[in-house]
Design a protein around this ligand. Sequence first.
Ligand code: SAH
Length: 267
Amino acid sequence: MGTVWFVGAGPGDPELITVKGRNLIARAGAILYAGSLVSEAAMRWAPADCQIADSKDMTLDRITAWLIAQAREHETVVRLQTGDPTLYGALIEMVQPLDAAGIEVGVVPGVSSALASAAAAVESLTLPEVTQTVIFTRIAGRTPMPPGESLEELARHRCTLCLFLSITLLHRLQTALLAAGWPQEAPVLVVHKASWPGEEKIVRGTLADIRQRCREARITSQAMIIVSPALGARHWPGLAKSRLYDAGFTHRFRRASEPRNRERETP
Ligand code: SAH
């Protein structure tokens, strides 16, 4: 019996898979990938005789049946998932039937689209003295949110919010954030197909106009929404510097060389 590896393929650019993920593809006897979400370019590393299937039209039952059947034939079976497999990827639903069938399972992390979207826009999700917290969430659609996790409640923290699976629900973003006390002019970033060569679109706006801007850019799917008090900081004139690089800050790898001096310019 082989092992089924859930491998994070990354957000789209085939170069953003990990070395470990690529090595597993290179020795896979069978690969099941999520078509249109995972770049087919990743299959170029697969052995010539590898069984490759697209899960696009498969139900969860068929996916697990396929993985179990392949694990009985091959030592290495890869389930390629978009971004990171532990985020909105039905990982546990697939792992439970494999456990029941006595098949070994491994998970290889991937670059999540939340991180690729911040990278595409040259934004930092955390910024000293502005926000030190990131929430990965979604807006309630057909999938209800558990108690305490409504967007309005989460937005009260005024930290960075990365919203998956929510691009068709932008009207709810505006309502929830305004109710949580964010201003209409709060900046919002939307990245469509982050890192996909030639397909990425970056749209910037405010709570008031982001819906209109996305409509103009014809973005209706595969998009990350980021709202954060740190958006746009690249252009701020006065910025509190991270203590990590402060000459007066001693940490594990460096001794403080100067007395602490953390004057902050106010913008
Ligand atoms: N496990 C994935 C998320 C899967 S849920 C990850 O870690 O990224 C699918 C949602 O992820 C989409 O609705 C969209 O919000 C986001 N997404 C996936 N790929 C994306 C990309 N390349 N650019 C922007 N958003 C993306």
